[in-house]
Design a protein around this ligand. Structure first.
Ligand code: AP5
Length: 224
């Protein structure tokens, strides 16, 4: 692994754009801290209780969880010591109020947002990826039935855990997630472009090729 660098980065893009996949590659190569709001919220759902049940109602329909809940979760996580040297935010912010809260929180902590990577993919590619995604129940590693299949059917290559389909990857929910993205999140592209932070990459490329592009881009920016 290369030396860990200090940067705060946001990964922005439609559901299925490949944000989580590239975050995992960046973590492996550079030891960066990955904060995925989707993963944190799914963990809260697994833990159950009233909060978990409430979150599942939004998530299983492909709706966004209220800003106040997600922002609290992210800000608390970013206040932990291991986030001091920077984070990869995957799936946050997703609305203008969330982006404002992130700006305020970073400013309050004397930190900056260094770059926003926008993964551009067609709706066709996003749907095809989400419908074929399978996730390890044990370690959370992502697979795809045709693009990145496991060596043994339904078994995780890394930990032999069982692979499952996320509840929100069913076709009806995928459609709604893409609508919600268009309505609530797409505005953030212009928001971050205006701040000079947006860097656009072709999310439709094979994962390894895209990683090389991102790696080169971050090095060019002096962030790695
Ligand atoms: P979240 O878990 O964040 O889902 P998402 O943003 O919809 O993103 P995905 O995880 O579906 O896609 P991805 O871009 O990470 O793609 P991946 O790399 O996995 O959020 C889930 C829910 O939580 C939301 O709907 C909402 O309810 C709630 N939530 C979360 N954050 C919130 C917030 N801030 N505010 C409010 N609510 C929030 O790849 C997908 C598939 O494609 C995989 O199978 C992978 O193997 C494959 N693949 C990836 N890259 C490639 C490639 N380059 N080539 C070929 N295949 C590829």
């Amino acid at each position: 692994m290369n030396q860990r660098s200090i940067m705060n980065m946001v990964l922005l893009g439609a559901p299925g754009a490949g944000k989580g996949t590239q975050a995992a590659l960046l973590v492996k190569a550079y030891g960066l801290l990955h904060i995925s709001t989707g993963d944190m919220l799914r963990e809260a759902v697994r833990e159950g209780g009233e909060t978990g049940k409430e979150l599942a109602i939004y998530m299983n329909k492909g709706e966004l969880v209220p800003d106040s809940i997600v922002t609290r979760v992210v800000i608390e996580r970013m206040a932990k010591p291991d986030a001091e040297d920077g984070v990869i935010l995957d799936g946050y912010p997703r609305t203008k109020p969330q982006a404002g809260s992130l700006d305020d929180s970073l400013e309050g902590a004397g930190k900056t947002l260094d770059v926003v990577l926008y993964f551009d993919v067609s709706e066709k590619v996003a749907i095809e990826r989400l419908s074929g995604r399978r996730v390890c129940r044990n370690c959370g590693k992502n697979y795809h039935l045709t693009n990145m299949p496991p060596k043994k059917e339904s078994i995780c290559d890394v930990c032999s855990g069982e692979l499952y389909q996320r509840a929100d990857d069913k076709p009806e929910t995928v459609k709604n997630r893409l609508v919600v993205y268009e309505e609530s999140t797409k505005d953030l592209i212009a928001y971050y472009r205006d701040k000079g932070l947006l860097r656009e990459v072709d999310g439709g490329l094979p994962a390894g090729d895209l990683f090389e592009i991102i790696d080169a881009l971050l090095k060019e920016e002096g962030l790695l």
